[in-house]
Design a protein around this ligand. Sequence first.
Ligand code: 1CP
Length: 350
Amino acid sequence: MTMIPAFPMESRFLRACARRKVDTVPVWFMRQAGRYLPGYRALRAKHSILEIAKTPELACEATLEPIRKFPLDAAIIFADILLPLEAMGLRVRFSPAPEIDRPIRGPSDLKRLASRPEADSLFFVGEAIRLVRRELDGKVPLIGFAGAPFTLASYMIEGGPSRDFLRTKALMRESPGAWRSLLDRIVRVTLSYLRMQKASGAQAIQLFDSWAGALSPEDYRRHILPATKRLFSGLKGLGAPLIYFGSGASGFLEDFARAGSDVVGVDWRIDIAEAFRRLPGKAVQGNLDPALLLAPAPVLKKAARQILRQASGRRGFVFNLGHGILPQTPPDNVRRLAEWVHQYGGGRRK
Ligand code: 1CP
């Protein structure tokens, strides 16, 4: 009897997401299309982040630079997790850290948000995806992405990066009705945005919960998990593997996984072997400390091999970092790391 594969494309990356056999471990890097690359820096000398994201030809160029230079197994569309905030009625500026005009500070601010936000205004991301798919011509699959509800809510409330998330936690714990209504709107616009990305050609979908580690397990379960679950269940059946990345979430990894993704992305605060033990039935993505990409080659190689050893013999491993590539990263180390993953990840057939 022939099994119908969950995700039809025969790439190493998509096979690993579906926990199928691969010839060697697939690798891509979060923020692989960023400031450590000379081509991207040249692009940024002439254009703002928003101009690049909103001009499909430029977004396509930024997306493809790391694919042309390094042996990566997936591309990720150039965009930003904060773009949907504009569809919801907020103004975002990048300088280059994001700044949100008139953030949501209390229940009455919700009235300023679009009542039925739709992602139509983000059509340029769909166009960029179509263009990238044409240029890639099947070489590697393309990942679409969005911010997860908690991480997006934190930007909407804090107005930018935050260390303590005090305003976010206050709204979450003290105004539960407003909190639910905010997450509800985020889920709705994100669903429409990600379905549009899939329809435009995205072959996998990643949700970035970059600041989930600010939460206690109880807060995650009570205030976040229901919204994240609704989001993933609305994406199931699209035919694209769903990846849920969280930074600092290993203290509540089982609850994090209950959100419903196919692949769970973990950071370096947990051993990859332990992540596999705690995530039965899931593929696992991660988890090299991005600071190691700044280390001398032998140190980097040793750390990468250690992760590969821990994951060896497991189906469903995607090599990545535990968070995004740092701007100071030497591009040569990125190439070396990708090559080593392929070289040492294929030792035993998985
Ligand atoms: O690099 C890529 O792969 C290209 C696409 C991409 C992605 C995946 C960009 C463009 N942003 C993102 C995701 C993103 N944006 C996340 C999730 C990943 C992560 O945790 O690293 C987050 C939290 C943001 C928000 C954001 N946008 C920040 C972080 C602010 C903070 O709170 O610390 C920053 C600095 C930006 C601007 C931005 N967006 C993208 C790039 C390459 C940049 C850097 C600035 C520049 O180009 O000058």
